[in-house]
Write a protein that binds this ligand. Sequence first.
Ligand code: UDP
Ligand code: MG
Length: 321
Amino acid sequence: MDKRVDISVVVPLYNEEESLPELVAWIDSVAKGEALSYEIIMVDDGSTDGSWSVVQRLKKEYPAIRGISFRRNYGKSAALYSGFEMAQGEVVFTMDADLQDSPDEIPAMRRMILDEGYDIVSGWKRKRYDPISKRLPSKFFNFTARLMSGIKLHDFNCGLKAYRRKVVKSIEVYGEMHRYIPILAKHAGFRRIGEKVVEHHERKYGKSKFGLERMVKGYLDLITVTFMSHFGRSPMYLFGTLGTLMFLFGGVTAVWIIVDKIYSQAHGYMWRGVTEQPMFYLALLAVVLGVMLFLAGFLAELINRRSPDRNSYLVDEKIDD
Ligand code: UDP
Ligand code: MG
């Protein structure tokens, strides 16, 4: 199938068989109501229940369904990434399969992209129907992500988002990075990131697919995303700067300790042996760490230079005649 449609709805799903029929019917009625051509891309992330056969059955009734099924569970980010690869819509939506996100938001979000010129419109679950054990860490994460990325979003991890097509074709989502797609997009050069308050519902069927480990992974991924977007292309700027500072600090301190000792000795002042001063060992440590940071920077640059996408800059448009 190769035809452009008005909207794509990418739905990552992991053991959500009960929700799928309602979700598809709902999206279909919203799209029909607005006279939009659409496709629903069901990405089955290695479900062990009957989710994939439900998708196959639904396909008979709704030809607009497309789909892909992973052999095992790779995680929501991988599911979104594969969905993005398939998507052909002018505006691409992502939506959780569990009916917590409402397809009724689609028309307004689409208009924000097409008429108001946003590259991304992220949902904001202002009134959330989730347990407090989830809302509190989430507040903390959003605060940190805002601080580190400079993007003013209240709800980075909202499953419901709308993208201009070229955005989803330019970003690579892996690990648990789905939480930080706006940051990846900003790094890829898409600056117009908007937000819309969206309806949120309680989970109707099944249970949440994420446990407490989401906090650890989310935190580590935030560090990776931040590092990559500042220094991914030139790691030496970070490691080289730190290494040089360390090395200089250690070197200067060591020389000063030695000169001070020789000078005091020669003039008959009180003096201490070089190795009797704690500061000397700290200086030594700083020199060694400085060299190691430098080496890390060099290695990172070497690896960068050899990786195949080294010269893949994101080209927006081209005049070539
Ligand atoms: N999901 C997925 N792969 C996973 C975990 C979750 O595709 O490994 C899907 C899940 O089926 C749902 C969406 O990601 O459609 C959000 O998951 P969930 O509702 O469990 O997250 P929560 O609402 O608790 O943040
Ligand atoms: Mg959910």
